[in-house]
Design a protein around this ligand. Structure first.
Ligand code: ZN
Length: 408
């Protein structure tokens, strides 16, 4: 058996574990070291460090302090890795922890986090998903069951000082265009967890450390559902040892992770192997990570595909805006699923968690971008195809997702 280099105890608070961290900074001390060619296991908390519970209330989703996330296992130092190399990471296997065979999906309150469709779903809501081996189903979302396309939402290498300074400068410049607009998240010392760092180094990481919310050049929070077990990823290396960290495991996710309080979020473990391609960044012209897909994916191959264009629900015209177009495709799918008896929240949760595909279909036909959302038909217990007979309401509305309104 490969050695488990980082362990997490789900009964203890994540900030008490010095093998995890929640900020990106070149001075986060390596949690452990490995050699090229080694394979090993890292356990991870769910991205919130266990804040979201397996219960029937959405109060935790409403009340979470989003400056605490994401709790990442690492950084793992790889001996011999130097700036300019590529770190090759094989995701040999990924699983849930034996004492935590469940995950959560939710929507943040519009006043704390929001999300892709927050104007339509402004209150905190949550669904719990149970794992049955490689399959999942939810007591809050009946009539649907599917195989997990399990992956880390977040995996990346440490930035060097210049890259970190560039990140902070460019994101602050964006924030400055609309300081109350929640455009990005600047460093936030109060809830920074710097792993093994102490004293002045810890304070420096708190003051300067980049938040883990966005994807960046080093990978990070890419939330790519296809970066699943069996994938091989090639990361740029910016610091000696590379400093690989991973967390935010997802049992399953639809393209876009549109629900934002995640995919099906879980605690778990990653079995991985690391190697180095010396000078690989220049050899292959790499600026952002590249990866090879897994040979194993669920074979859902029949879909109902929803189109969306860059005209929003109020009728406003946007210029080739793929974000608006994908939003419309998602809203169209939600309206369709409601005809079978789902609540809007349940339909939204399915789009955020199931192996739903999102495609950019056209970006040149002015003024409308076209995006499509591919909803697999085989994940449902009943036929969702359109027909002359019309949709049959299979669900009676007696089960819905817990909702928590803001205390104001
Ligand atoms: Zn996640």
């Amino acid at each position: 058996m490969p050695e488990t280099l980082i362990k997490v105890d789900l009964t203890k608070p994540a900030p008490s574990n010095e093998m995890v961290h929640n900020r990106w900074h070149p001075e986060v001390p390596m949690a452990c070291w490995v050699n090229p060619g080694d394979d090993f296991v890292l356990e991870t908390y769910d991205w919130t460090g266990g804040f979201i519970k397996n219960n029937d209330s959405a109060d935790d989703v409403r009340d979470i302090d989003l400056t605490t996330v994401h709790y990442l296992s690492g950084p793992v130092g790889v001996k011999g890795a130097e700036p300019g190399d590529l770190l090759v990471v094989d995701l040999l296997d990924i699983g849930a922890k034996d004492d935590s065979l469940w995950g959560f999906n939710g929507f943040f309150s519009k006043t704390n986090g929001g999300g892709f469709l927050t104007d339509h779903f402004p209150a905190a809501q949550k669904s719990i998903w149970d794992f049955h081996g490689m399959f999942t189903s939810s007591r809050h979302v009946p009539g649907v069951k599917y195989a997990g396309l399990i992956h880390p939402g977040l995996i990346g290498t440490l930035p060097d000082p210049k890259m970190l300074a560039d990140w902070n400068a460019r994101e602050q410049a964006l924030i400055d265009t609309n300081p109350t607009g929640n455009l990005a998240n600047p460093p936030w010392a109060a809830t920074a967890h710097a792993g093994k760092a102490t004293g002045a180094v810890k304070d420096k990481i708190g003051a300067e450390g980049a938040r883990t919310v966005p994807p960046r050049e080093h990978g990070g929070n890419c939330d790519i559902k296809d970066l699943s077990r069996g994938s091989k990823i090639f990361f740029p290396v910016y610091v000696d040892g590379a400093g690989l960290s991973v967390g935010d495991l997802h049992f399953s996710q639809g393209d876009g992770e549109i629900t934002f309080c995640g995919a099906i979020e879980m605690a778990g473990w990653v079995h991985m192997k690391v190697q180095i391609i010396k000078g690989g960044m220049a050899k292959y012209g790499i600026k952002n990570p590249i990866f090879k897909p897994s040979p194993i994916t669920p074979t859902y191959n029949d879909y109902v595909i929803f189109e969306g264009i860059s005209v929003d629900e109020s009728g406003k015209q946007y210029y080739l805006d793929v974000n608006v177009a994908y939003k419309q495709a998602c809203l169209n799918a939600i309206e369709y699923l409601k005809k079978f008896g789902y609540s809007g929240a349940q339909a939204y949760s399915i789009l955020g968690t199931a192996p739903v595909q999102g495609h950019i279909s056209g970006v040149v036909d002015v003024p409308n971008a076209c995006a499509t959302l591919w909803l697999p038909t085989q994940i449902f217990d009943f036929d969702i195809n359109p027909s002359a007979a019309g949709p049959i309401k299979h669900l009676d509305g007696s089960i819905d997702m817990p909702i928590s309104y803001d205390l104001k």
